[in-house]
Design a binder for this molecule. Structure first.
Ligand code: MLT
Ligand code: MN
Ligand code: ZN
Length: 305
């Protein structure tokens, strides 16, 4: 089983178009040891031909261009992307659906009923697409039942409801429901190996940590180093917690939780915001991650399991 990281950055990408924070400005001026990143999305395949796209980022066209594996070219119009699964209804995870409108036939779209409903109302992207390729909605269970995506039966999936936040446009922003954000357990039926993926994660409960501990690889929310990162830079009045993201550093932070996982678990951070000092490869924060054997996902990275 293969995961290709198509994009490893949070909303806005790195550098972000209008951002002159030390990271974005430093990358643009080539003064930092850092790599540009596109917005968070992964593709998963059991046979290296048919792919499940997990989240459809606004950068999808460039991500597809950079990934020839997604283009088996079996017909005049064709793509290896057989279905799309969404973790939430955030703009950085769904806007790329509009770029897939030339598809021949309805696009299988797997998401919770809560997310499918946002995409039919607050951000009516599925209604828009009904005038193009259309989508075939597949509500995913959040009660622990496993499921597969159509045409991708070699990838076993399980949704895990997460404490995080629905998008700013959602009427439920201040009052999240369990299906607004999910994490995903991907299982290779041939080996039994599992990967946990959660680009937006506000809280690691003991139950969630127990699920993560059953996985060979965890690929989790790396948005912010500190809870007040955006506030300190004067970029936003909001704390990480207000946005549904658990910061890495400090008491109760992601690093502490990851330290409780078995030593054999491969740990990676994804959905990294452009303000996060871990993007700078020679920063003390990045050194700390390396010491703790936590990796930072990068665009184009392959994870096999
Ligand atoms: C988030 O992850 O909090 C959102 O994607 C922010 C955004 O809309 O850019
Ligand atoms: Mn995001
Ligand atoms: Zn920035």
């Amino acid at each position: 089983m293969r995961i290709r990281v198509l994009g490893s950055s949070a909303g806005g990408g790195f550098p972000q178009w209008n951002c002159n924070c030390p990271n974005c400005d430093g990358l643009r001026r080539r003064k930092l040891m850092a790599h540009a990143r596109t917005q968070s999305s992964i593709a998963v395949s059991a046979n290296e031909v048919d792919w499940l796209l997990v989240n459809a980022s606004p950068d999808i066209l460039g991500q597809i261009r950079d990934t020839p594996e997604l283009q088996p070219a079996r017909a005049m119009r064709d793509s290896g992307i057989a279905a799309v699964l969404l973790m939430d209804a955030q703009i950085d995870h769904v806007t790329g659906l509009l770029m897939l409108r030339e598809r021949a036939g309805a696009l299988p779209l797997l998401a919770t009923p809560e997310v499918l409903s946002e995409l039919d109302s607050g951000f009516p992207i599925t209604r828009l697409l009904s005038h193009y390729c259309g989508v075939a909605p597949h509500p995913v269970p959040t009660d622990g039942r496993t499921f597969t995506a159509p045409g991708l039966e070699g990838i076993e999936l399980q949704a895990v409801p997460l404490a995080s936040k629905p998008p700013p446009y959602s009427p439920f922003r201040g009052n999240p429901r369990p299906g607004d954000n999910i994490g995903l357990v991907l299982r290779n039926p041939a080996t039994g190996a599992r990967v946990f993926y959660a680009p937006g994660l506000g809280e690691v409960t003991p139950e969630l940590l127990a699920i993560m501990a059953t996985c060979a690889v965890v690929l989790v929310d790396g948005t912010f180093w500190t809870g007040d990162e955006m506030q300190r830079l004067g970029l936003s009045p909001k704390a990480a917690a207000d946005m549904g993201h658990l910061p890495q550093s400090g008491p109760g932070g992601m690093i502490e939780h990851l330290a409780r996982l078995p030593a054999t678990t491969r740990k990676l951070l994804i959905h990294v915001n452009n303000t996060n000092p871990i993007l700078i490869e020679d920063s003390p924060e990045r050194d700390e991650l390396t010491r703790r054997r936590i990796e930072v996902a990068r665009d184009g990275m392959d994870i096999r399991f």
